[in-house]
Design a protein around this ligand. Structure first.
Ligand code: NAG
Ligand code: NAG
Ligand code: NAG
Length: 535
């Protein structure tokens, strides 16, 4: 057996060894039968909205879009079973397959919703509490959504059944987050990762460094992004110029196992870190890719077209800043082909490459196809919390209920200074549209993730309505030239004028904000190495 496989077997055994606790159910402040589940479903799943087919690139929730994507989720288990090394939730195969089967039954229009919801709830209540059960919960929510679309509004009894079921899943999620003890943030470059890292700091999380260039990365984990083709950069470089950090595509990577990561974090009492490279495990084969089951795995998504444009501008500005008048040497042309050679992964389905490990990250563009999209959907569905940069008001619920973070940005968007924007715009390829078209698979993956985040929001909305949240305060950002707004906490910080400038944000004024990192610190009073904490 290869070392990687041995390590994997070892941590799966550890998972099994710590499997046997049932969820502690807390009493909600509002009972299940008082929650207006119908209006939550309607809002989050766009049940009254039709598609706008004239704009295929735009992503929104509408009934037709929901229908197609929740079907994909409901059909995922068989693919998961055959295409991936079995994900942790599937090790509990009896419970997993029974819940899948009941969810499929529920999705039919003729199904007896109340009795099936009861059966599913009974199964869910028995699940062990070391996992968030994100795949399982999304399958159940897909069944609930499909039945709603097929059969029309739920009865009062069925709504109460859904609320109770959501509460169970929420309890599981929260207890697992507490036991996991660290937030593992997957930072897809230019998708709002800096804001997330700074929010972690404001919420009282701990890591190696919150400084701009470090961005919650852990030096020893070697998770820095690989953007610019190192050998191409060097071949273009004028005599005597040093190679900057971002010209590291193709350079050696020291993979660190989940087990070592967890130990490293716990020993130093860190509770958040970011990975900005690609997912663990898929060094040779995508089927071995995995999130770390002992971490609370968080992913923020951004529309791939906007992400890509932002990335090109950023790297152009980096060259401009680092090399001044010599920057031109690296861009004999700035057309799509040159950008593609300079940033092979970042310009071509970067999200899929990020989700599938090193083998796919470096794979030739011609070899990336629908099978990779399918695999990437499976890894994406295993993240415990999915955030959407474009839907900040939903993120507030996801952060409060998914992470237990009491402070967020409300409706404030990620910021880029106008100066950076202006410099960066000059670098965009004239044939940008063609480049965007070549990212069609990423767009499909994004649509799927967009839907999953909305499914999650149904569950977290219900739990919040029941009074199970931690309370939430929206911080106002106060930067030069922008008003801070009134009420709430204020965050003072400077806009970065140059790429890599420090962007450390501080809370100002009178705040009553909690200095914790949410769920993952809820057992901090204990010895951090208590035996049931997962490694
Ligand atoms: C899942 O995969 C295992 C091992 O490959 C197989 O034995 C089992 O029948 C599969 N389960 C389903 C429901 O297909
Ligand atoms: C990286 O650059 C080298 C040298 O210019 C080139 O041979 C190689 O094909 C490039 N890699 C990719 C994936 O484009
Ligand atoms: C904090 O609040 C107190 C009383 O409400 C006030 O006197 C003080 O000026 C406030 N400080 C800041 C920095 O806003």
């Amino acid at each position: 057996m290869a070392t990687a496989e041995l390590q994997r077997a070892a941590f799966l055994l550890l998972l099994l060894a710590s499997c046997c606790r049932a969820a502690v159910v807390t009493q909600p402040r509002k009972p299940a039968n008082s929650i207006d589940v119908e209006s939550i479903l309607s809002k989050r799943l766009g049940l009254n909205k039709k598609d706008s087919p004239q704009n295929q690139e735009k992503v929104e929730v509408s009934q037709p879009a929901t229908l197609a994507l929740v079907q994909t989720m409901l059909e995922m288990p068989l693919g998961l079973n055959t295409s991936m090394e079995r994900p942790p939730e599937m090790l509990y195969h009896d419970a997993f397959w029974e819940i899948v089967d009941l969810s499929k039954q529920l999705s039919a229009s003729s199904a007896d919703a109340v009795s099936l919801l009861k059966k599913i709830t009974a199964k869910v209540t028995q699940l062990p509490t070391h996992l968030c059960w994100s795949v399982t919960r999304r399958i159940v929510l897909a069944g609930i959504a499909l039945h709603r679309i097929n059969a029309g509004p739920y009865s009062a009894a069925a709504q109460a059944g859904i609320a109770t079921l959501c509460q169970r899943f929420f309890e599981l999620h929260k207890q697992a987050a507490v036991r996991k003890g660290i937030v593992d943030f997957f930072h897809v470059s230019k998708a709002g990762g800096t804001s997330f890292c700074q929010l972690g700091k404001l919420n009282g999380c701990r890591t190696q460094s919150f400084a701009a260039r470090r961005n919650c990365l852990i030096r020893e984990f070697d998770d820095v992004p690989r953007w610019v083709n190192n050998s191409l950069h060097k071949s273009l470089a004028p005599e005597g110029l040093r190679t900057p950090w971002f010209a590291n595509y193709g350079m050696k990577h020291n993979a660190v196992s989940c087990r070592l990561r967890k130990k490293f974090m716990l020993r130093r009492r860190y509770n958040v870190y970011a990975n900005e490279f690609t997912l663990h495990g898929g060094t040779r084969l995508a089927r071995n890719v995995h999130v770390c089951p002992g971490h609370l795995n968080v992913l923020q998504l951004r529309h791939p077209h906007d992400r890509l444009v932002s990335h090109l501008k950023w790297v152009w500005a980096l060259y401009d800043h680092h090399f001044k008048e010599q920057a031109a040497a690296y861009f004999p042309t700035r057309d799509r082909a040159h950008w593609g050679a300079l940033m092979p992964a970042a310009t071509h389905n970067y999200l899929i490459r990020s989700m599938l490990g090193e083998a796919v990250y470096y794979q030739d563009a011609k070899l990336l196809d629908w099978s990779h999209l399918e695999l990437a959907r499976m890894t994406l569905a295993q993240f415990d919390v999915l955030l959407l940069l474009e839907v900040p008001d939903m993120n507030t619920v996801l952060m409060e209920m998914g992470l237990g973070w009491g402070l967020g940005f409300g409706t404030v968007h990620a910021r880029t200074s106008s100066q950076l924007h202006e410099v960066g715009s000059k670098g965009l390829p004239p044939d940008l549209d063609e480049m965007l078209k070549a990212n069609a698979l990423d767009l499909e993956l994004y649509k799927f993730g967009y839907m999953l985040a909305h499914l999650d929001a149904v569950l977290f909305d219900v739990a919040k309505e029941m009074g199970l949240g931690v309370g939430y305060e929206a911080a106002q950002i106060r930067t030069t030239g922008e008003g801070g707004g009134d009420g709430g906490a204020q965050v003072a910080g400077q806009k970065a004028q140059h790429p890599g400038d420090d962007e450390q944000w501080e809370l100002t004024g009178n705040t009553t904000l909690p200095a914790t990192c949410g769920y993952v610190t809820m057992n901090d009073k204990n010895d951090p190495a208590v035996e049931w904490l997962l490694v």
